[in-house]
Write a protein that binds this ligand. Structure first.
Ligand code: SAM
Length: 349
């Protein structure tokens, strides 16, 4: 029973938020307030949900939050996840009555692709243990390459050095390729585009610029606050020419390398160039709800099914039903746009 939604999109990527607590208060995400709103679940519950979903064709799992490294036991959780094996499909020699070839699923020999999105503040000490436990990749959020600007955006003093140390420790640990995500918000960091181009070349990381989306707690989003893909490309071209390189269909970022072959950047442009048609993701929130889109106006309580004693088969049936409700696309910037029922920190980006 592999997961497809009613628009024919295969669902192969799962993002799990393991806490909605965060030690940063980034201006594009949060207000200055403290604390988690929804709380979190024991790791064994996330593990069971993931096991069922991997049996339904999930191949990539990304841990997120809140800040996932705040959660004690995350290394052990990664170790447990790394024991799961994704399912593959193999055509059988038999044809069915319609003449089409049937396929049977089998367990891959390859481990699950386990990624992590983190603000990097605690990564320096945790990169190697996470790698040893089976983490495949890491994405670090970093919105300025200048310590003062970094503090203004994150509302945390002295974070910059921690994050830089985290990025370097991840590289040493072999968590590779390493991506650095930068949300651009007009008035805060659009002048960081070229410095980030230099940073990508010097540190050997892929810097990915993300267009600011209306998912922030403060409801400050307006079309004018978005620094668009076209603007980012134009600004970067003032520094050095870029060449577009192919990206996978379900990949969120458009990819570019500098013409001399040194350094790669990506641009995630959900506002100016939506990619919903190729979306392969579902999310589980820290309190165990399934969200079929970042902009969903409702979520689906998988954990309630577990609490009422549902078997794995019943959970799989519930998930199948939920995936059929996956939204076709978001409506950012359109007159009928309705804000998501949760903000990013409580969804898990
Ligand atoms: N704490 C972790 C981190 O900082 O990466 C994981 C959670 S954070 C919510 C996940 C990603 O969402 C980060 O890359 C962050 O920059 C991005 N993000 C948060 N709010 C956003 C917004 N309003 N628009 C676009 N991206 C946003």
């Amino acid at each position: 029973m592999f997961l497809h939604d009613k628009f024919g999109r295969a669902i192969t990527d799962l993002r799990i938020s393991i806490t909605d607590r965060c030690n940063y208060k980034c201006v594009y995400c949060r207000t200055g307030n403290e604390g988690a709103l929804y709380g979190d679940l024991p790791f064994e519950d996330y593990l069971r949900m993931t096991r069922v979903l991997v049996g339904m064709g999930i191949k990539k799992v990304r841990l997120t939050g809140g800040e996932p490294l705040l959660r004690k036991g995350v290394v052990e959780f990664v170790r447990e996840l790394s024991k799961l094996r994704p399912q593959e499909l193999k055509p059988t020699s038999l044809s069915n009555a319609n003449g089409s070839t049937e396929a049977e699923s089998f367990q891959s020999a390859e481990p699950l692709d386990i990624a992590l999105t983190t603000n990097g503040h605690m990564l320096a000490e945790m990169a190697q243990p996470l790698k040893d436990a089976g983490l495949t990749r890491v994405t670090v959020s970093m919105d300025a390459v200048d310590p003062d600007r970094f503090a203004r955006i994150t509302r945390v003093p002295n974070g910059y050095d921690h994050v830089l140390a985290g990025i370097r420790a991840a590289r040493r640990a072999g968590l590779w390729p390493l991506k650095v995500n930068c949300v651009l918000m007009r008035g805060f960091n659009e002048d960081q585009i070229i410095p980030f181009g230099m940073f990508a070349r010097e540190e050997g990381v892929t810097v990915r610029f993300i267009e600011f989306m209306p998912l922030e707690e403060g409801r400050t989003w307006a079309p004018s606050t978005v620094v668009t893909l076209d603007e980012i490309l134009a600004r970067m071209a003032e520094y050095r020419p870029l060449v577009e390189i192919p990206h996978a269909r379900s990949e969120t970022a458009r990819r570019y390398r500098f013409e001399d072959g040194v350094g790669e950047i990506g641009i995630i442009a959900p506002v100016s160039h939506p990619f919903c048609g190729h979306c392969s993701r579902i999310r589980i929130t820290s309190d165990g709800k399934i969200r079929t889109c970042l902009f969903s106006v409702w979520d689906h309580d998988l954990h309630a099914e577990m609490r009422r004693g549902a078997s794995d088969e019943e959970l799989a049936e519930f998930i199948q039903g939920v995936v059929q409700k996956k939204e076709e696309r978001h409506h950012i910037g359109e007159p009928d746009f309705v804000p998501a029922s949760r903000t990013m920190v409580h969804i898990g980006g």
